[in-house]
Design a protein around this ligand. Sequence first.
Ligand code: CTP
Ligand code: MG
Length: 238
Amino acid sequence: MRPCWAVITAAGSGVRLGCEGPKALVDVAGRSMLSRSLDIFKADPQVERICVTAPVEWVDRFGALVGPGVRVVPGGTDRQTSVRAGIEAVSDNAAWPNTQAEGAMLLIHDAARPFTPAEVLRRIIERLEAGANAVLPAVPVTDTIRQVGADGSQNSASQVAGALVDRSGLRAMQTPQGFDADFICQAYRQVGDVSAFTDDGAIAQAVGEQVVLVPGDSMSFKITVPLDLQLAEAVAAL
Ligand code: CTP
Ligand code: MG
């Protein structure tokens, strides 16, 4: 069985949620998002290493919260820079005694998605074990999508609509995004400045890799704005 590692990104500040401290420490029905997200990976027996990215000034506080065996590293100013720090830490074999590195797979997950079902992890791991280097969970887009017309300003109160986009060919990406660990380490190094990318799959594509999509899950929603937190409270009560 190939070992699996996880990087959980939790270094964001939660500007859109409008929280006081780091978003990952926001309480959802009695437990933080980070604690809930960590449990998804701690519960999977194949996961041998877990690394969490924290806001620089919160590393010690996060370290006290994550539990034994989990490493916390300072994140960067954007998500992909944080992920890079997490990848470097989780793949530093000297820092992880008694764990395997040979053939490792790496799952990169947003702490802000605390309800990802175990089946999603299993689906991703299955495709990685079947030989894929990059596997992303994807869900259909449910709203009708239109482009903004060429003469429409982004800031005006109303805009002219452009072309309708066929949503049957569109998918929204979730996390965890799964990779062969050696492949994604190398891809992050090769790409250099990763700050312009918005997910890890984009970095795999930037180095020419084929990316496989598997079904995500609506429970994997990301807590971004205050209404999402209310949804999360309701989900936690189910
Ligand atoms: N993230 C990170 N490092 C950053 C920015 C984001 O590790 N510099 C993480 C967040 O902690 C989150 C995930 O990336 O788990 C997805 O980011 P997002 O939902 O945008 O969270 P925030 O950046 O915290 O929120 P906002 O953009 O509203 O400030
Ligand atoms: Mg953000």
